[in-house]
Design a protein around this ligand. Sequence first.
Ligand code: NAG
Length: 254
Amino acid sequence: LPPVFLLLTALELSWSLSDEEKKIILDGHNQYRSQVSPPAMDMLKMTWDTELEAFAQAYAEKCIWDHNKERGRRGENLFAMAPILDLEFAVEDWNAEEKYYNFSTATCVPGQMCGHYTQVVWASTHQIGCGSKFCEKIDGLDTEDMYLLVCNYYPPGNMKGRKPYREGPSCSQCPQGRVCVNSLCEAEVGTGEPVSPFTTEDPTLLESMGTAFSPKPVPETNKDMDQPTAGAPGTCLGLSLFLLPSVILVSLLL
Ligand SMILES: *[C@@H]1O[C@H](CO)[C@@H](O)[C@H](O)[C@H]1NC(C)=O
């Protein structure tokens, strides 16, 4: 049994996001949060949370193109891509829904999705954790051999009838214990995260727009990519990049 366990552990580790990849996702979110228009009075800086990461990774392993019904009080954004997983592009793609969102009326252009965007720029959401998985088959998608990215957020955004943030001069309403850095309310060093400001949320999530996902970005993503005409070489490249480290890990451990 121990060798099997080691094998599974090694495989699991190799599929997870690297520190560099996590930083790309986190920095992407904070960059878009710092650049919202109109500006935000109360936009918190996001930090990476390893518990959310483990939660997202465990769900990504299941290769399902639908929201995690066990996510509880966590926000969730999904993304799928082939033949490679471009994390910068994934966050950019979510944020690009901004063009469909009317901030003054808090409405989305009919037939479009805005929930990924509003979760990315939800002011009170200050923790993120993501996981990814290469899936030969994703339940709910026809395209084979795709990467699935799952990001979970806390506290969740997309509360019914609420705007993602309060409009006004940047950082003018940062919660106590936070200082303004680059238009974001950042936790003061040493004092830890304030706890009380985040307990007053309306627990009712707006499911329809909320933890949004859509199969639509997938074909678009495929079209946007520089795919080799044959298809296969690109896929193989993506595969070998991720398979090789796991093979080395396994042989080292066993
Ligand atoms: C948002 O909606 C309002 C009311 O329908 C409209 O007047 C305004 O032009 C819209 N703003 C944008 C940016 O589309």
